[in-house]
Design a protein around this ligand. Structure first.
Ligand SMILES: [Zn+2]
Ligand SMILES: [Zn+2]
Length: 420
């Protein structure tokens, strides 16, 4: 029996990952996400009754936001997931439903249905789902993230999910799986792009923050809730920054969840120490207090698309002694990107000029081109599929992979099916 792979989303785009592996008329689904541009677009429909299971690589919504569509059905299969990812997925889907304000075909009553079908799997486990043999190891991307290996019908498939190959304060780089892989499905967010070395970025960010703090200013760090906010807190502890660090918005609950899962991080005592020093903001009074003394405020949203950071932003950018330091990916047409490029913040009140210091430190939780190539070389698959990237960069990367590694490289479209 042949093994077929259908790409239901995430091919030729960053967002809504969903991959169906089909063998002998039963199938396994890897992730089921949505993309968030001007509209919310879910992965393409899947035949639920054929599914023996869904494996969740990690909690980000581009990999999970479509779960409610499947788990609203009584035919929904078990969800194979670790406990960190399940808790974070509950948090992120709940928030997604809340900010979508009744524009979705489901509401939060679907969450218990997802949890009922969850089968908790520990990292490094090996298990069977029907005819599919599965192994999972850590992907180094966010706490709980997996690289997934599947063997079925004599074929061996590796799915990276989202990976980071470099160690951070929070996580170790992605682990490798020692198997002869026929087909590797690899993310390529940073195809053909290399990061500035992490240590240099961290040093610069700490020094620039200290300059602002020593001059009596506030540093606002708009940050993703899951992973990045905790990483930044650890960074200040590791570098002995002796100023108050505040945390606001959803980063607070994400921190609690990660603290509840010591197995999901690299250095639990560092995380615990860092988060115990962090002052958690509860309400207006705390927010005012945070701005009344030299301090660092870590708060989502990372791209300033809503979130608690929007409370601080107008107040921070008014004063030259303050700073806004972005620490993550800034997508086109987001308030964060606009602010960085034009030094203007577009608020409800109109355009506000940025008088404070402003900069971007591209600390990434994805592998860059060098990291991706090293990881692919270590796995050494028969064939490579690139997904989760910008189309023109993936095309460029496929040529490099074919020349340098002598690998067959496939760039599927959404809806396309390939035979392993
Ligand atoms: Zn991700
Ligand atoms: Zn992703």
């Amino acid at each position: 029996m042949s093994v077929k792979i259908r790409f239901l989303g995430g091919a030729q785009e960053i967002g809504r990952n969903a991959i169906e592996i089909d063998h002998d008329n039963s199938s396994l689904l890897l992730d089921y996400g949505a993309s968030f541009n001007s509209t919310v677009d879910f992965a393409m429909p899947v035949q639920i009754k054929k599914l023996k299971g869904i494996i969740c690589s990690h909690a980000h919504l581009d990999h999970t936001a479509g779960f409610p569509l499947i788990y609203s059905s009584s035919l929904a299969p078990p969800l194979f997931i670790n406990s960190t990812t399940l808790d974070l997925t509950n948090l992120l889907i709940q928030d997604f439903i809340k900010i979508s304000k009744n524009k979705l075909q489901f509401d939060s009553t679907v969450l218990p249905l997802i949890n009922e079908k969850a089968r908790i799997i520990e990292d490094h486990s090996e298990f069977h789902i029907d005819d599919f043999f599965v192994k999972v190891v850590s992907a180094g991307h966010i706490p709980g993230s997996w690289v997934t290996f599947i063997e079925v019908g004599g074929k061996k498939i590796l799915y990276t999910g989202d990976i980071n190959v470099y160690d951070s304060f929070l996580l170790k780089g992605a682990e490798k799986i020692n198997e002869d892989v026929d087909l590797m499905i690899c993310e390529s967010t940073y195809a053909c792009l290399n990061h500035i070395p992490r240590a240099r970025l961290i040093e610069e960010l700490v020094n620039r923050s200290l300059e602002v703090l020593d001059n009596g200013g506030n540093v606002l760090i708009p940050s993703f809730s899951v992973g990045r906010s905790q990483e930044i807190a650890c960074m200040f502890t590791k570098n002995n920054v002796d100023y108050p660090i505040y945390m606001d918005g959803m980063a607070r609950t994400a921190s609690e969840i990660i603290l509840n899962h010591p197995e999901s991080v690299r250095d639990y005592s560092l995380l615990k120490e860092s988060l115990s020093k962090v002052k958690i903001i509860n309400g207006k009074k705390d927010r005012k207090e945070a701005l009344e003394e030299p301090s660092v405020i870590i708060s989502p949203a990372g791209m300033l698309k809503g979130g608690a950071a929007t409370y601080y932003i107008s107040r921070i950018i008014k004063e030259p002694k303050n700073a806004v330091f972005f620490v993550g990916y800034l997508a086109k047409d987001t308030p964060g990107r606009e602010m960085l490029e034009k030094r203007i913040f577009q608020s409800e009140k109109g355009q506000e000029p940025v008088k404070s210091d402003l900069d971007w430190f591209g600390i990434s939780s994805h592998a860059d081109m060098k990291g991706l190539i090293d990881y692919i070389r270590a796995i050494n698959p028969e064939k490579l599929v690139l997904i989760h990237g910008e189309p023109f960069r993936m095309l460029e990367m496929s040529k490099i992979v074919e020349q340098e590694l002598g690998l067959d490289c496939i760039l599927p479209n959404n809806g396309e099916e390939i035979q392993v």
